[in-house]
Design a protein around this ligand. Sequence first.
Ligand code: PGA
Length: 257
Amino acid sequence: MIKKFLVGGNWKLNGNLVLLKEFSCNKNFIEAVETSSEAIEVLICPSFPYLGTAKEAFAGSSVSIGAQNCHAAVSGAFTGEVSISMLKDISVDWVILGHSERRTIFGETDEMIAEKVKVALNSGMRVILCIGESESQRESGETKIVVEAQLEKCLESLKSLTGVNCERLVIAYEPVWAIGTGKVATPQQAQETHRHIRKFLGERLSLEQAAAFRIIYGGSVGSGSAAELAKQDDIDGFLVGGASLKVEEFTKIIKSI
Ligand code: PGA
């Protein structure tokens, strides 16, 4: 099985129809995506209102579209929420879960995230599960303990994935101190934690699964840092925030891999 390098753009609470058009009509961007499509998978995650338009805008291209969050329930009295079945209804099969902004600003716990991961994977979705330590946790040497604890609650769901299904689960290691700060983890720092995550998954699940899951890095990735990070053995992709809002910069990242 070929493990494609995943480059995801997390637009967060940014972007609009104009930006979508800027990307979908940009020849350089589309050419970069298509020429690398054997080895690189490109994903854009705009806000909920733009998912349908994004699907249409990129139809016929190799760009995938994903959501930034979802609710674990199928339906019900949950004002303001979006379910997996709604995402599937509009043919969106990628979802980011457990982003640090969901955890810290919106109070999502490991338990809530584990429930969403379970429901999403059971429904056949592709999931980017975000984990990562804060600055103080890194300074006090707790990085490994933190990422293990964040993964722990999701292990049961991950265990059920075998063979080709392993490509449906992506772990995004996103050190909180690197998100939106311009402070990228060094390739060595990122590689060390990615290797640890893979070792942990190998011990708790199986070596096959640990090798098959993609572990991607997120945190101030830009065209200047992408190439060196991408060379690391255990880095299988990026989740890009700020730099994914600029079509030239995002294209440069894809081309630098
Ligand atoms: P950033 O965001 O690239 O702007 O640091 C990454 C993320 O939050 O996924």
